[in-house]
Structures are given as C-alpha cells and as structure tokens.
Design a protein around this ligand. Structure first.
Ligand code: VGL
Ligand code: ZN
Length: 206
C-alpha cells in the first residue's frame, strides 16, 4: 500500500509572479508545469491544496511596519489572487496564511482552511501522508512549508521543475534545496512523479 498523497501548490499568486509587487524572477515559467501536476493528481483522484499569502494592509511583515517586504498579497486585492493561468480545479482546498499582523507566516502549516482548520489537522483528517510541493518562493514559503512538513513527520517530494526562488542573497534557492534534501525531502521532476502515481498506467490502460 502506498502512502496517501496530495499536491501542495504554494503561493502561486499574482504578486509573486512577473508584474507583481514581489515578483519571483521567471516565476511564471512554472505555471505550465504546475498545470501538468494538477491534471495528474486530479486524474488520479488525489487531493490538491493551494496555499496563499493573505495579509492585512498593515502587518509587521511589510517594510513600512518594520518587516522585510514591500506590500504584497493584501486580502481582496488582485495581487493576492491566484494567477489566472493556473488551472485550479473546483475541488482545490485553499489554505490561507499571514493574516496575523504580528507574524511573517512563511509556512503553509501556519495556515488554515476557510473553516479555520489548521493545515496539519486538515491533512491528518484526510489520512494524507505524502506531500508533493511546488510553487514559490523556493527560499521562503516552499522551504518553510517543506521543513515544517518533515518536522511533523510527512513524507515530502519537492517538485524541482515547478519551484522558483527570490534569491535576495544569491544562492538562497540552492541552499534551500540542499536544506530540504538534508531534512529528508525527495527531489523529483514530472516524469518521476507521473511514474510514481500511475505506475502501471502503460501496462494496463483503462
Ligand atoms: C513569501 C515573501 C514574503 C512566499 C511570502 O510566499 O514565499 N515570500 N511573503
Ligand atoms: Zn508575505
């Protein structure tokens, strides 16, 4: 029996993509790849989660209030919306984080469902044991989400071909990848994951 799997799309929001207020360079290049993963998981009947940064207008996360960042992903703005080219399924479960004006909240595990259920609890209720993580930014939200998932005992596969980083300091994304691998996350690309998820697809077409 294989572990129950889920796809986790981290913060694929307008403000983190080219044209946005905190754009990850070439962040839009991962969208077609993420769409392939979405189709793969959807066809296999596996759950899909989309985390989103969901900040109030005033938060200590923003430079004007002592934080690191320009304003981004403010609740209800266009910048906070998921990118229009991302083919989210209607069943996708949204996990919001960053609502507390006193916290940075880089990790999806600091987020909740629309009903207020903490992300870890939500995954536990559904019996999910293995997370496949893609999105932005490799060196912030992807990194924190993956490291938290490992600490909480989830199996994690980082979707190497579907992540991009900010690299405020050059090399941050490379270091983040190494750190995630050292924490026990597997790194994989689309063909690997497709094989894992439908291992006998070619031998036994249905
Ligand atoms: C993020 C910077 C600030 C992220 C969120 O989603 O990686 N990065 N807030
Ligand atoms: Zn943020």
């Amino acid at each position: 029996m294989s572990a129950k799997r889920a796809l986790i799309l981290v913060d694929v929001q307008n403000d983190f993509l080219p044209g946005g207020s905190l754009a990850v360079p070439e962040g839009d290049r991962i969208i077609p790849v993420l769409n392939r993963y979405i189709a793969l998981f959807h066809r296999a009947g596996l759950p899909i989660y989309a985390t989103r940064d969901w900040h109030p207008e005033q938060t200590r996360h923003f430079q004007a209030y002592g934080g690191l960042w320009p304003p981004h992903c403010v609740q209800g703005t266009r910048g906070a919306e998921f990118h229009p080219d991302l083919n989210l399924t209607p069943e996708t479960i949204i996990i919001s984080k960053g609502m507390d004006p006193n916290e940075d909240s880089y990790s999806g595990f600091q987020g909740r469902t629309a009903d207020g259920v903490e992300f870890a609890e939500e995954l536990k209720r559904r019996g999910i044991e293995h997370l496949y993580v893609g999105g932005v930014a490799t060196d912030y939200c992807v990194r924190h989400t993956v490291l938290d998932a490992r600490r909480l005992g989830f199996r994690v596969t980082v979707l190497e071909d579907a992540i991009r980083g900010v690299d405020l300091t050059p090399g941050d994304s490379e270091r983040a990848l190494r750190e995630m691998a050292d924490a026990g996350a597997a790194l994989a690309r689309f063909e690997d994951v497709a094989r894992e998820i439908s291992p006998s697809a070619e031998e036994a077409p249905r």
